[in-house]
Design a protein around this ligand. Structure first.
Ligand code: HEM
Ligand code: MG
Length: 330
């Protein structure tokens, strides 16, 4: 296990699609996956272009490339790494599992660990391909764009405003309710999906202001979601997007969309889970306990490594009001 890397020093807005980080097309064994943010960083060399990465590389790259705040970046990274990473080698892929390095390296593709349903640009695992870009779903982004354009001609000038992002979130949830009998939308997927809507608004806008006042363009969304490529001249946002900001924007999208955690019991039969707290503390709690179920019989060495990563995860959460859990003992 690794300790958390230090925060980056300079968090000002700056050009990130620069000469030092050119886009390069995929080589035969390069791995990409369900996260347009990480795919793009790998395609520009902010992350290893192979797509095989360590937690510290992810935490540093998302700060460098997008100005995601150090605390939230660490939290998000370990939310995924605990269930999708290799605790002994400290490696994880940003997509499929691989053995090209001699030992098995697992990755972000695994459905139900972090990847989940009602994504904006990838289908539900039950319905088909949950990893690759899907043009039909991207149409829903364009639909919310056109609707926002109708509503906003006077002010927004036809750009993706927060209303359009919220509308797209609702469309994606309704679509999964209608078509996926096994639609699963409980924490952590519930908050993950909503936070990802917040992410595109806060970090896929070139030079986004600290209070997220600039609207998003369809063209930028296409670049990240489909091409895994930074738009020409792309600048990271002004100042870090970190915990209270991420929480506030995420919870306001939850409210505006009227989203509730739950799951389908057959199509068009969405059961709200009233026990699901839908908070970031609860993401931590669920992911810690889920990780313990994934490793029922660890060797002592593996057990120590997982315990260490669980401590790092709690440190990354950084909220003393959240209860700490020790499924493998203290
Ligand atoms: C989706 C992991 C950072 C933007 C995902 C998914 C995973 C993931 C596993 C798939 C979830 C799903 O849709 O089913 C991570 C990890 C990160 C990270 C471990 C580490 C810090 C970022 C950053 C951005 C970003 C920095 C934006 C700047 C997105 C978006 C989606 C997504 C927009 C949703 C795609 C869609 O709905 O089609 N991420 N991500 N991620 N990620 Fe990331
Ligand atoms: Mg998904």
């Amino acid at each position: 296990p690794q300790p958390l890397p230090p925060p980056i020093k300079d968090t000002s807005e700056k050009l990130v699609n620069d000469f030092a980080h050119p886009f390069k097309p995929l080589r035969p064994h390069d791995i990409r996956g369900p996260c347009p943010g990480l795919n793009t960083l790998a395609s520009h060399g902010y992350l290893p272009r192979s797509g095989v990465v360590t937690p510290a590389q992810i935490i540093t790259a998302v700060q460098e490339g997008y100005n995601l705040g150090h605390q939230f970046a660490s939290f998000l990274c370990y939310t995924a790494f605990l269930t999708d990473g290799n605790h002994l080698t400290n490696l994880m892929t940003i997509g499929q599992n691989t053995t090209t390095h001699g030992h098995p390296t697992t990755g972000l593709n695994t459905h139900g660990h972090f990847e989940g349903d009602a994504s904006m640009s990838r289908d539900d695992a039950y319905l088909g391909n949950n990893i690759n870009f899907n043009e039909t779903l991207f149409d829903a982004v364009c639909t919310s764009y056109r609707l926002s354009k109708l509503q906003q001609t006077a002010v927004g000038g036809g750009l993706l405003t927060l209303d359009a992002i919220v509308l797209n979130r609702q469309i994606r949830i309704q679509d999964s309710i209608a078509r996926n009998p096994q639609f699963a939308f409980e924490t952590p997927r519930f908050l993950g999906a909503i936070a990802e809507s917040a992410f595109i608004f806060a970090m896929f806008v070139s030079g986004q202001t600290a209070d997220n006042k600039k609207p998003l363009t369809i063209d930028a969304v296409r670049h990240f979601f489909d091409f895994h490529r930074l738009p020409h001249g792309f600048h990271r946002r002004q100042g870090p997007f970190d915990f209270p900001l991420v929480e506030n924007l995420t919870y306001s999208i939850v409210d505006m969309a009227g989203a509730k955690p739950g799951s389908n019991n057959g199509v068009n039969n969405y059961i709200v889970n009233t026990q699901d707290l839908g908070t970031f503390c609860y993401v931590y709690q669920k992911q810690i306990n889920f990780t313990a179920t994934l490793y029922p019989n660890p060797t002592p060495k593996l057990r120590d490594a997982i315990k260490q990563n669980m401590l790092t995860y709690y440190q990354a959460l950084g909220d003393p009001k959240c209860k700490q859990y020790f499924p493998f003992g203290k």
